[in-house]
Design a protein around this ligand. Structure first.
Ligand SMILES: O=P(O)(O)O[C@@H]1C[C@H](O)[C@@H](CO)O1
Ligand SMILES: Nc1nc2[nH]cnc2c(=O)[nH]1
Length: 329
């Protein structure tokens, strides 16, 4: 792949009016300054990555808490083959991961025959990054040629039918942080990424959710695979009983601290999206219960489900790639 040309998107020349200069520096609510990234700056990041690897990924995977750690242990070799890893610290303009269970590197390679890039470690709002910065890798993936995003996360199960270790295919989300005006697309819009007002009602591709249910049957895991609505809160604290009961009332099945803004960013730049939550804890919705959510349990459940998740993601990548190829014969 030749270096990316900033004046051409989807083979069409970009009108100068579509390029909006983003403010260079944004100050967050803690007074910390974050450098904004223009399309051109992210193209530099993407070109750097293209020079570091021969892999040209079509699928991007974001590994949730406790799930990323396993991409580099023994069996990863069987999962992402020909792995070429680039630590976040070496990538120009990239943030760094600060959370346990999130390694902090991009892994380029293959899942079966499918060229992929996996984020072994994501960025969360509670780490101090503005939402647009948490989602910067999604835009970089788009510039690398990624067409489909598979986002995974660890989440608390609110739906009483969910058990620890279940996998919830995300059917939809409620953008709680967006209700307060906090959105990754906030600020000037550069149309080379996508439109000012993107629709979000078909965020989680129906066809891919259908495929995932078929794959679950084939892998004999349909009894642990559910489908539901996810929401993201800013974290880092887990929720109060009253907050959880409110979320339950408005139709949330699983609650976490990520994914929603990544999906919004991915849909904005017209990527196909599939997301799933590993239910790592049952949300405590009664004052009579003694249990408390904790990050160690989240990581333990990730470990417990690593084999199943690996097989599932590998099959999904294969089937999504085939579905995409049939779309563009
Ligand atoms: O990165 P994800 O959304 O998988 O991580 C969840 C939310 C918090 O970062 C962490 C809490 O244990 O797990
Ligand atoms: N917000 C939130 N995030 C989680 N990640 C894993 N479990 C939970 C949870 O119960 N709540």
């Amino acid at each position: 792949m030749a270096p990316i040309n900033v004046d051409v998107v989807n083979d069409s020349k970009v009108a100068p009016t579509a390029k909006k200069a983003l403010p260079e520096v944004e100050t967050d609510s803690n007074g910390q300054e974050h450098k904004r990234y223009s399309y051109e700056t992210l193209v530099e990041t993407a070109n750097f990555l293209l020079s570091k690897t021969s892999v040209r990924p079509t699928i991007g995977v974001i590994c949730g808490s406790g799930m990323g750690s396993y991409w580099n242990e023994g069996s990863l070799a069987e999962t992402i083959t020909d792995a070429q890893c680039v630590p976040y610290e070496e990538i120009p303009n990239f943030p760094v991961s600060t959370v346990e269970g999130h390694h902090g590197r991009l892994v380029f390679g293959h899942l079966g025959d499918v060229p992929v890039v996996a984020m072994q470690g994501r960025f969360h709002y509670y780490e101090g990054y503005p939402l647009w910065k948490c989602c910067l890798p999604v835009r970089v993936m788009k510039l690398l040629g990624v067409q489909t995003l598979i986002a995974t996360n660890a989440a608390g199960g609110l739906n009483p039918n969910y058990k620890i270790g279940d996998i919830m295919i995300v059917k939809d989300h409620i953008n709680m942080m967006g209700f307060a005006g906090n959105n990754p697309l906030h600020g000037p819009n550069d149309e080379r990424f996508g439109p000012r007002f993107p629709p979000m009602n078909k965020a989680y591709r129906f066809e891919y959710r259908k495929i995932a249910k078929e794959v679950a049957k084939e892998l004999n895991i349909e009894n642990i695979v559910k489908e539901g609505v996810y929401t993201c809160l800013g974290g880092p604290n887990f929720e109060t009983v009253a907050e959880l009961n409110m979320l339950k009332m408005v139709g949330v099945d699983a609650v976490g601290m990520s994914t929603v803004h990544e999906v919004i960013t991915a849909r904005h730049c017209d990527m196909n999206v599939f997301a799933m939550s590993l239910i790592t804890n049952e949300c405590v919705t009664s004052y009579d219960l003694d249990a408390e959510a904790n990050h160690e349990e989240v990581l333990d459940v990730g470990r417990m489900r690593q084999d199943i998740l690996r097989k599932f993601v590998k099959q999904l990548a294969d089937r999504f790639a085939k579905a995409k190829a049939n779309e563009n014969p």
